[in-house]
Design a protein around this ligand. Structure first.
Ligand code: ADP
Length: 386
């Protein structure tokens, strides 16, 4: 089949899907989108739009019927329906078998253990009655509890004090199956995006540093390459590639890692899709994470992942003090800066902390990237439209 004729069906119509469509526009690929509301970032860009829940097996089938390959831009979808479709021969990338593993943080941790992927110590607690048995075995003052399923963006994650919980079990925040993890004292949080094509070739993107930067006035800016030196860089990328090798199927994966204070690198978790930490790849890398996914879906060769320049990314979040229609104050000033790319996701209303867009920043060195990021964070603000 002519790869450019392959119709792609995406579960989810959010900003990650939108950037996939934007990056695919120059290939003129046909996209079908399934999303619960027409008021979503992908609506105006889709060739065909199906309005429906990502949990609705009938709607997923409708999407599959008009698509040659399916992918998803969010993990919270009806995996059973996808497993059924895959069994019937529909091409789904990444395989729902991988999605099922990733949706359950407990299965993920067991997978790392089984495949010798470095990851922190853990126990699986079925209910809160089991916590007291496991906490002492973790052997740290603090520990991290995560609901096995349904968490996102830090929801369903709690960092807890071991003694406090042992002496007062009413403080236990979750009574559903949980992963209890040792607390890893982090030097930095990192991410490595890895692509695997249908033939099994694997490439990784340069590492990304996700830490709050004290030299940058506590501004959150994602930087790439991470400031960890070439030895740790190679190690981080190798761990991420090994993980994807073990997952054993095509797709684009974002591997979140901890660089611990003791110098060891541990896997936190993996996402089977383009990732917030990889937005900068659109302008900063020879091939973006989105184009890389497109290449995988169309069975084209993987693209080159090197950075063209040092890069950074700041998220544009909705202001705390209002919800509703908005304008972006100082967009004119920021637009004058060289190497600065503003992305807006087309959301009609701003809400506190809502991801409304991001800015990618390119510069010859990371100091200049941080300087621009500080300025952008200070001046670029969502304001209520009058
Ligand atoms: P989510 O899937 O909701 O993003 P994560 O598993 O990534 O949740 O955890 C959210 C954050 O909690 C991480 O980015 C990290 O800062 C912190 N965290 C998670 N697990 C640990 C751990 N074992 N040790 C220390 N910090 C952790």
């Amino acid at each position: 089949m002519n790869p450019l004729r392959k119709r792609i069906g995406v579960l989810g119509g959010g900003q990650l899907g939108r950037m996939l469509l934007e990056e695919s526009a120059r290939f003129h690929v046909h996209y079908n989108i399934l999303e619960a509301s027409e008021d979503c970032p992908c609506y105006t860009m889709a060739n065909q739009f199906i309005c429906g829940s990502l949990m609705d097996a009938t709607k997923i089938r409708e999407l599959a019927a008009i698509s040659d390959v399916l992918t998803y831009e969010i993990e919270h979808v009806n995996t059973e329906a996808l497993i059924q479709l895959e069994a019937e021969g529909k091409q789904i990338i990444p395989s729902p078998r991988i999605l099922q593993l990733i949706q359950d943080k407990g299965l993920q941790k067991e997978f790392y253990q089984k495949n010798n992927i470095p990851s922190g110590k853990f126990f699986l607690a079925n209910n809160k009655g089991e916590w007291a048995r496991f906490i002492p075995l973790l052997g740290s003052d603090k520990f991290v509890a995560k609901t096995r399923k349904g968490g996102y963006d830090g929801k369903g994650v709690a960092i807890l004090n071991s003694q406090e919980i042992l002496s007062d079990p009413t403080l236990i925040p979750f009574d559903v199956p949980c992963v209890l993890e040792e607390f890893i004292a982090c030097e930095k949080e990192l991410a490595v995006i890895v692509a695997r094509d249908i033939a099994g070739n694997i490439v990784s993107f340069p590492s990304i540093e996700m830490e709050f930067d004290p030299t940058a006035n506590l501004v959150t800016v994602l930087l790439s390459p991470a400031r960890i030196g070439s030895v740790l860089e190679e190690k981080a990328e190798e761990i991420a590639r090994n993980l994807v090798q073990a997952l054993n199927g095509p797709g684009l994966f974002a591997v979140e890692l901890f660089l611990a204070k003791d110098g060891e690198i541990y896997v936190n978790e993996v996402a089977p899709r383009p990732h917030n930490s990889g937005h900068h790849t659109i302008e900063a890398c020879y091939t973006s994470q989105y184009e890389q996914l497109l290449r995988i879906l169309l069975d084209l060769p993987l693209g080159h992942t090197d950075l063209v320049q040092c890069a950074g990314m700041v998220n544009l979040l909705g202001a705390e003090d209002f919800s509703g229609k908005y304008y972006l104050e100082n967009l004119d000033k920021v637009s004058k800066l060289p190497g600065v790319y503003v992305h807006l996701y087309g959301k009609t209303e701003s809400k506190p902390k809502r991801k409304m867009g991001h800015v990618s920043i390119l510069a010859p060195n990371l100091e200049e990237v941080i300087e621009k990021a500080n300025y952008i964070n200070k001046v670029l603000q969502f304001k209520a439209e009058k």
